[in-house]
Design a protein around this ligand. Sequence first.
Ligand code: GAF
Length: 379
Amino acid sequence: MGEYEGAAAFARHFGGAAEGVWSAPGRVNFIGEHTDYNDGFVLPIALPHRTRVHARRRADDALHLVSTAAPAPASYDLTALRPGAAGAPGGWSAYAAGVAWALRGAGHRVGGAELLIDGDVPPGAGLSSSAALECAVATALRALYGIALTAPETALLAQRAENAFVGVPCGVMDQMASMCCTPGHALFLDTRSLALAQEPLDLAAAGLRLLVIDTGTKHALADGEYAARRRECELAAVLIGVDALRDIESVAQLNVLHDPVLRARARHVVTENARVLRTVRLLRSHRLRETGPLLTASHLSLRDDFAVSCPELDLAVEAALAAGALGARMTGGGFGGSAIALVEAAGAGAVSAAVLRAFAAAGFGAPRLFEAVPSAGAS
Ligand code: GAF
C-alpha cells in the first residue's frame, strides 16, 4: 500500500486526516551476527522497505491502532498498559503499544493517539519488521508529542519495548539500524559504547549487487533457540571471567571452557567480531569485493559453531556460491528468514536463477529474491 492509500485508510478508520506520516525501514545485516547481545560489532544496512505510521494525537489517553496487514484493530488505555498483565496487548499491536509504554516509562509525556500502520517490510523474513514497526511508532509519537530524543536514544527505547513489553530478548542492532542507517552506507556499530560510523557501501561503483534471498520459512524453534544462545553466551563469559564475549581477543582464551558446545558458541562470537573489523577495514580501503570470503566464513561459523542455520538457508548459500557469488551468508537471527549473496552485477541473474532451481530441486517453496540497496533510517 502506498502513502496515499494509507492516508485514505486513515480517513476511513479514524475520519479526517493524520497530522503526519512517519516511517522506518527493515534491514539486512551485512556481517556481525549474534554479536550484539555480546557487546560486539555489527554492520547492518537499511532496506528500501519501510513501515509507515499515519498518526494523529488524541485529547485523552487512548491508543487506537489499525494495521492494514491485520484483520482487527486494537485499542488500549495508555495509563493501564503493563507488560504481561491480563489483557495486555499481544501480536503485532504489542510492539506498537510497547513503544508508548517504554516512552512513558522513561518519563516522556505521551498522550493518546490514532495510528494507521502500513508498509512493505516482509514480516517473518528475518528483515526486522518488528524493529521497523517499533521505530516507526517511536518516531511518530516523538514528533507528535515534541519529545527530544536522539536517534540512538529512540532505538534504545524501542529495544526496551521489545525486551520488557513484548518479551523478546533481542539485542540493539535492529533498532539502531532502523533509526540510524543512511543511504549508500552500512552502519558500523559498537553495541557496547553505541559508537557508530557510516561506512560507504557503494555496490554499484564496485560493479556488485547484494541479493537478498528470502527463504519464506520460519522454523518454530527460532524464539526459544535465540534465548538459549543468549544464555549460553552469557554463561561462557562468566566461566571465562569477562564481562561479555566481546572482551575476548583470541580463541586460545576459550580453552578454559570444557563444554565443547559452549566453546563453539563463544568461538563464533569471537571470530565473528574479528570478521566485522576486517570487513570494515576492507570497505575503508575500497576492497568491497574481498569481503565475499568473510561473508561465507560467517555463514559457516553460524552453521557449525552457533547452530542457528537451517537447510533452506544452507541451500541458499551453497547454490549462490556454486553459481559464482563472491560470498553468501544467512542474515538475522536464523532458523529461517533470509540469506544475502554478494554477486557481480553481470552475474546477478544467473545466481538468482540457480538459487530458484536449487530450491525447486530440493522440494522447497520458491524463495523471494530482491536487491538490497543501502537506504535511509527512520524519518
Ligand atoms: C535478531 C535480533 F533481534 C538482533 O538483536 C540480533 O541479535 C540478530 O537476531 C542476530 O544477529 O535480529
